[in-house]
Design a protein around this ligand. Structure first.
Ligand SMILES: [Zn+2]
Ligand SMILES: [Zn+2]
Length: 103
């Protein structure tokens, strides 16, 4: 695989290997911030990744929470939290499904 080369021109750090490595690490961390559509289901505190329709309305969460019981009790109320950092998603199923479903 090819190594991603970062152009450090214009960066506010010395042109040393140490500074470049630190810079690359910092950029990696920044790049890791992934914004997803967050949502809550019912009265639960878990934060899920919501499934949002093209019109912006939320109609479910990735792991399917709140939908499985719909036939019995009706849909759980969905709370759209808007764009949130993937790391704030507390539902492991949603986190695990992120990426796979979108690939
Ligand atoms: Zn740099
Ligand atoms: Zn979930």
């Amino acid at each position: 695989m090819t190594t991603t080369r970062i152009n450090h021109t214009g960066h506010n750090h010395p042109s040393t290997t140490t500074a470049r490595t630190a810079c690359r690490k910092a950029m990696k961390v920044t790049a890791k911030v992934t914004l997803v559509d967050g949502g809550r289901v019912g009265r639960g505190n878990a934060i899920h990744i919501s499934i949002v329709a093209t019109d912006g309305s939320m109609y479910g969460v990735k792991c399917g929470a709140g939908m499985t019981r719909s036939a019995m009790r009706g849909n759980s109320a969905l709370t759209n939290l808007g764009r949130i950092d993937l790391t704030t998603v507390t539902c492991k199923t949603c986190r695990a499904s992120y990426g796979q479903a979108q690939a």
